[in-house]
Ligand binder design. Structure first.
Ligand code: ADP
Ligand code: GN1
Ligand code: MG
Length: 354
């Protein structure tokens, strides 16, 4: 770690470097120097992001674009380039490392404590999408091709079922049946994207509340983080993934499924915040926002199930059945979102009217 940290022009000598946060993908550390300056150090997950040059090109340009438009420096993440002026450092073992300024005086919520927090995150993600409308989309690398291509996620599940590498298929027949029961309905967004009926925009694609930092005093959203998956996508992906994580009554890995439901009031709160900031959605985009919530939730369940069948090689796990538990919460939530779809459509229409 000392060798890695020497590659970045940090202010002061390092006094601590501790694992930090609860992301499922990268290894994140909080670094403190003897001058009291804090940084975020991350080892990039190169299994998930093999094109690190493309990924870091995206992040350098998106952070620069956002900081030019920010009124407060804490509104945009700041990447610390290496002593050789590169956006990341590759160590002798092939590990790829990057450093950001730590956004001071910020908090990162793991779940919604107050409806206002969810409103704030909605505004931040809506605003992100609105701002990215001016970004030159053609300069972005597609860091994970087919990331929210739901039919492709189903094909990967099918492949994992056929391979049955861990001999786990026999344990999950109910989950497989549930996945299949919604395949056509949740494949619709992709079909609408392919046909051009829904416009492709630059989206964040991973809009969990723990990918937004809030001011610890005012509670106002400061900035959107975790820009690894900023790519062309649909408005419904960003909207839907936030609902999946934030308008759920239980955590992604809650074992007691009776605690997992959609909180319709929080759905309404998020919709108000998102549409207050993101003003340019077409009528079909608005109409398909509830389908986005269903699709992102079901797709995430399919991804957890696939990873469980493949031997947990993608998402970090903290217990052997972690991905199966996560899959079950997502499917339980998807079933509840499906029950509420007509009501959710009414809420979106009412919020869009203002
Ligand atoms: P992952 O892709 O693994 O989720 P993230 O980029 O989201 O990685 O970072 C993991 C966690 O680290 C975040 O949820 C947040 O708590 C914290 N974090 C990341 N960047 C910053 C930053 N610039 N300032 C403060 N905290 C940060
Ligand atoms: C991962 O990186 P993190 O923990 O914010 C994943 C998302 C999933 C999410 C499920 C690059 O997000 O797509 O929705 O876990 N990110 C990637 O919690 O695959
Ligand atoms: Mg994250």
């Amino acid at each position: 770690m000392q060798d890695v940290l020497r590659q970045f022009p940090l202010k002061g000598g390092v006094i601590s470097c501790e694992p930090y946060g609860s992301g499922h993908i990268n290894d994140t550390y909080r670094v403190e120097t003897d001058k009291g300056v804090l940084y975020i150090l991350q080892r990039i997950n190169t299994h998930v992001f093999p094109n690190v040059d493309g990924l870091m090109h995206n992040i350098s340009s998106v952070t620069a674009f956002l900081s030019e438009r920010a009124t407060d420096p804490r509104e945009a993440m700041h990447l610390v380039r290496t002593v050789s002026d590169a956006p990341y450092y590759k160590d002798a073992q092939g590990g790829c490392w990057r450093v950001y300024d730590f956004v001071t005086g910020s908090v990162c919520l793991q779940k919604i404590e107050r409806a206002e927090d969810f409103y704030e995150s909605a505004y931040a993600f809506g605003n992100f999408q609105q701002m990215m409308a001016q970004f030159p989309a053609e300069t972005l690398f597609e860091t994970i091709p087919n990331f929210h291509n739901t039919p492709d996620r189903y094909q990967k599940l099918q492949h994992a079922i056929e391979s049955d590498r861990m001999g786990r298929v026999k344990e999950v027949s109910e989950e497989i049946a549930f996945a299949r029961s919604l395949a056509q309905e949740v494949g619709r967004l992709h079909v609408l994207r392919e046909s051009g009926a829904l416009p492709t925009r630059v989206t964040h694609n991973d809009t969990k509340i723990n990918n937004v930092l809030m001011d610890e005093v005012s509670g106002k959203a400061l900035c959107v983080i975790d820009l690894d998956t900023v790519m062309p996508g649909l408005a419904a992906y960003d909207f839907g993934d936030s609902i999946r994580f934030g308008a759920a009554t239980a955590a992604e890995d809650e074992e007691d499924l009776s605690r997992m439901r959609l909180n319709v009031d929080l759905f309404e709160t998020y919709t108000r915040g998102f549409l207050a900031a993101c003003k340019n959605l077409t009528p079909l985009e608005l109409e398909t926002l509830p389908l986005g919530a269903l699709t992102m939730t079901q797709e995430c369940g399919v991804r957890f199930l696939t990873d469980y069948l493949e031997g947990d090689t993608y998402f970090k796990i903290h217990r052997p059945d972690h991905n199966l538990i996560r899959c079950r919460t997502q499917f339980t939530l998807a079933a509840d979102i499906k029950r509420h779809l007509p009501k959710l459509g009414e809420i979106v229409s009412a919020c869009a009217r203002g």
